[in-house]
Design a protein around this ligand. Sequence first.
Ligand code: ZN
Length: 674
Amino acid sequence: MAASDNPLLAAADLPDYAAIEPGHVEPAIRGTLADSRTRLGSLLEQREPTFATLVEPFEAIQQHLGRVFAPVAHLNAVRNSPLLRAAYNACLPLLAEYQTEVGQNRRLCQSYERILAREGRELSPAARRVLEYALREFRLAGVRLAPAEQRRFKSLMQEIASLQSQFEEHVLDASQAFARQLPDERELAGLPGHVTARAADAARERGLDGYLLRLDQPTYMTVMSQAQSRALREEFYAAWTTRASDQGPSAGRYDNSAVLAAILKLRHEAAQLLGFASYAEFSLATKMAPDVPTVLAFLTRLAGHYLPAARKELAELEARAGHPLAAWDVAYYAERLREEKFAVSEEALRPYFPLPRVLSGLMAVAGRLYGLRFEERKNLSLWHEDVRYFDVLTADGIQGGFYADLYAREHKRGGAWMGELASRMRVAGQSSRPVAHLVCNFAPPARGRPALLTHGDVVTLFHEFGHTLHHLLTRVDYPSLAGVNGVPWDAIELPSQLMEQWAWHADVLPLVSGHVETGAPLPQEELKRLIASRSFHAGLAAVRQLEFALFDFRVHAEYQPARGPDLERILAEVREQVAVIRPPAYNRFAHSFQHVFAGGYAAGYYSYKWAEVLAADAFAAFQESGVFDAATARRFLDEILSRGGSRDQMEAFVAFRGRAPEVDALLARDGLAA
Ligand code: ZN
């Protein structure tokens, strides 16, 4: 196939998504990799390379490769098919090999060192940081290892990448393998109309009677919080928490047990090769948190604040239910108690949050804070008819744009995320604008109506929008540090979690709500109750996150080859320390814990809490000056949001806040005394 026929290789700003076929993937990636190698090779032939003649062109080479692969990774996540999956998987080892090769390129590393020594003082701080950041990456890629160790490191990286992908596939397959047919509407009692309507459609599509409930995330969460049938809840709980394991309805069919053990083993070996005691130490080499004891102490201290609250909350819930609660009861009774206490139910508020209204309100908030405008671009080539694209403009013109793919559907990965298609770049006479994919899994619209969101969905949308703005409003010219690139994982959730805060504010809720039939904003009474409900069960929610964070951190910090993964012991100890709800023995949550075993949160799940502290404290600055205060927003944009990875995160935070972060604002938000 000629390169010109391959849409992945077209020079356009935005891909021709509708034209991309699985058959395009491997030739595009192989060709681009070969090209990148050749171009890097000739850059390195220069006798005296400089920042302008080596670093800048190499930034462009890397950006180009990322831009060719990004649509593939994106489609694999949102329009998965066996052929695409195979093509995607065929590329992972090729890319990992290239990355390791670059990371272990001594000549390149030495050139960067010389450029830093020679030009360091004259370069801008951002440019200097490009060099320092790259040098750290060289070290972590094993540039200083002996050749045999380098080969081992390289193959470890390849194996880990394909194991992580396998982990994720197992979870997706196990989720799709499960569906529950219910002939009788009474078994669905408590579930909202849009869920039963969708279940009826699903049954009809398969030629079945009654209703068919699938195991996607929105369905699962609705069943857990709304289904009156305890048996149905238990069945869904068991199916969900045993996905991809040796237990449950598809026991052994997509089992991640061995995959998980292999991932931990190989991560540990890789970390040790680089001279770290554990993968947890390796993880912290690129984070804002300085060391293992600091992270453990941070989580333990938060647990001390939240545990008493969590115990009290559970006791109140059990008193209300009149019996001890199993894991599949907690969400259900919590929702009933929440309705009773605050007379708000997530489901009852849906009509106030039609997606078009929420989206325009969200854009209005971003407009007031950062002076942005959003313009929808029509008639683009897309991967699905529901997808939309927006240009983001300031007074200076288009800054970038994003695709919004917001509804759950088959063959789409669950959850919500922002992924990058391209970064901002202005180097070596080349330039590009940042473009993002904003992906959610909201319940799709019923026929003839807009999609109706829960307030939780609204918060999710604000969150991902915060990531999107971080990526699009960058002023960094070097792709390796522009937008969200080069930002440590434990600081990367600051802009997203900060953005969430507006979704809870009394001045903002009227902007994002409008009843689907009358257009009326959320009534004041409901608004007050919704806001008051925010800290409801903050203790239970926090200890659950702390349980995940401690589990993730400790399995990586304490790994010993002789003992193997040792999940049960660590999980038992962590639960002893922070859990108030004891799950049944068959629970295998680790087997579908994709953040940690398929994603970038390995030994880094604590980052959510770490960033929550930063975000709550940053929002306190807005509360002190007014939530739409222009000077505070400008300072946040200037000091943090636009800086990407071009600056030390603690220094950036201090420049914005005038001091180091403190936990008090988070505790106050959650209704706990400091
Ligand atoms: Zn996030």
